[in-house]
Design a protein around this ligand. Structure first.
Ligand code: ADE
Length: 213
């Protein structure tokens, strides 16, 4: 998979240079490219934002640099193009799995008060929110999408790790996990997990796959 991230702040994405996402990149399972759309501004000062028509606080990202950027990097519209915004449906496990099937994704990160609506009307396929709160920009949401999506690409993590995890079954969360030592401050590991009785262990896991605090 190739993911192209359109952002005014490419340096923020250093979080993706670690752990499982880094390993996926090193293995060639995902390629991530950061594109500063300011480079596509035709303004002599490389301006990318302006006041909102009709008034209101804050600046709005202009259509020209972003539309030119997207049409330059994806002239045949082969990529699935996503704009991160709090005014959209929330990301779900199902959506992450669905997005992982695409060969090319473009993630557009907004900043300031928003973007010119005509960008969404003309060159965006889908808008996604990561939750019902407002962040200062789309960069952290884009990182959330990358993390949630890339782990579903074949070869990134083991099939077993994906099977029993939280949210794969509607309304169910993963069962509690324990490792050594067996006792911490009078709290013991549930004895059934040490019993070696696989049927009982599976039964316990099923019974305990509910929301915990
Ligand atoms: N940009 C700002 N807040 C956001 C959110 N909650 N989800 C996606 N993009 C955003």
């Amino acid at each position: 998979m190739k993911i192209q991230i359109l952002t005014l702040f490419p340096q923020m994405f250093s979080a993706l240079e670690h752990s499982i996402i880094k390993r996926a990149k090193d293995k060639g399972l995902v390629e991530i490219e950061y594109i500063d759309f300011r480079n596509y501004s035709k303004d002599k000062h490389k301006k990318v934002d302006d006041y909102a028509f009709g008034g209101g606080a804050g600046l709005v990202l202009m259509a020209q640099p972003i539309i030119d950027c997207i049409e330059t990097i994806d002239p045949l519209h082969l990529a699935h193009r996503i704009y991160l915004t709090p005014s959209a449906k929330n990301l779900t496990h199902k959506k992450a799995v669905e997005l992982s099937k695409h060969k090319n994704l473009i993630l557009l990160c907004g900043h300031y008060e928003g973007i010119d609506q005509r960008i969404i009307d003309l060159v965006i396929d889908e808008t996604i929110s990561i939750g019902e709160y407002v962040l200062t920009g789309g960069e952290i949401p884009a990182m959330v999408i990358v993390d949630a999506v890339v782990r579903h690409i074949k070869g990134v993590i083991s099939v077993g790790s994906l099977q029993n995890e939280s949210h794969t079954t509607q309304g169910q969360w993963e069962y509690p996990q324990y490792t050594r030592p067996q006792t911490i401050r009078n709290l013991d590991v549930p004895p059934v997990l040490l019993s070696g009785n696989h049927a009982e262990i599976e039964k316990w896991k099923k019974e305990n796959s509910v929301k915990f605090k």
